[in-house]
Ligand binder design. Structure first.
Ligand code: HEC
Length: 172
């Protein structure tokens, strides 16, 4: 069965639209499964690397118990000896694996009415995504009425120009 527990978010991004200092920044969401100490309720920092076997480094000895014990000792953190694994999510600022210019995010990926990248962020107006049916309709009718007005005005001018030419008051 699929695991539906929520991941632990390791570094939460706290910006908000209400905060005038907030900026939109690109991040990569790093999703992982990491060792966790269920007694002390903290993530385990395993020892990963060493030159030699037998020092507990995970990528040499492939043993979670010793890697966790050694890693937590190096980090100066408590370790109960118990290990479970939890889903985690970490937000990385984009300074790894930067895309080529041709793959850069396009304006229309956010500024679009259909499933844009920021479609789920509501409560503010974003040009190209949000619109008012009423104002759009109002604008369309403004254009239509202006064209009708121009046609009426131009017709009247053409009509009276002929009349004046034919009449006694023509100054030319
Ligand atoms: C990551 C999503 C994203 C991308 C990509 C993006 N925008 Fe925006 N843009 C926004 C958001 C969100 C706002 C609204 C900001 C606000 O109201 O404070 C915005 C606002 C604007 C505004 C209105 C600014 C204002 O003062 O109201 C303009 C103009 C604009 N964007 C143009 C562009 C152009 C041009 C590009 C491409 C070069 C682009 N955007 C790319 C998210 C994006």
């Amino acid at each position: 069965m699929e695991d539906t527990t929520k991941p632990i978010v390791m570094n939460k991004l706290n910006g908000s639209y209400a905060d005038s200092e907030s900026k939109i920044i690109p991040v990569k969401v790093h999703r992982a499964i990491q060792p966790f100490d269920p007694i002390n309720k903290i993530l385990i920092q395993p020892k990963l690397y060493s030159d030699k076997k037998g020092e507990g480094a995970f990528w040499k000895d492939f043993n979670w118990e010793t890697a966790s014990k050694e890693g937590m000792k190096d980090a100066g953190l408590p370790f109960s000896g118990k290990i479970t694994f939890v889903k985690t999510e970490m937000n990385w600022p984009i300074n790894h694996q930067v895309s080529f210019a041709k793959d850069a995010v396009q304006c229309s990926e956010c500024h679009t009415r259909e499933n844009g990248r920021l479609a789920k962020l509501t409560d503010f107006y974003m040009p190209g995504r949000d619109y008012s049916r009423f104002i759009d309709l109002f604008g369309v009718w403004n254009i239509i009425l202006a064209i009708i007005g121009i046609i009426i005005h131009a017709s009247l001018r053409i009509f009276f120009r002929k009349k004046i030419k034919n009449g006694a008051h023509n100054e030319n």
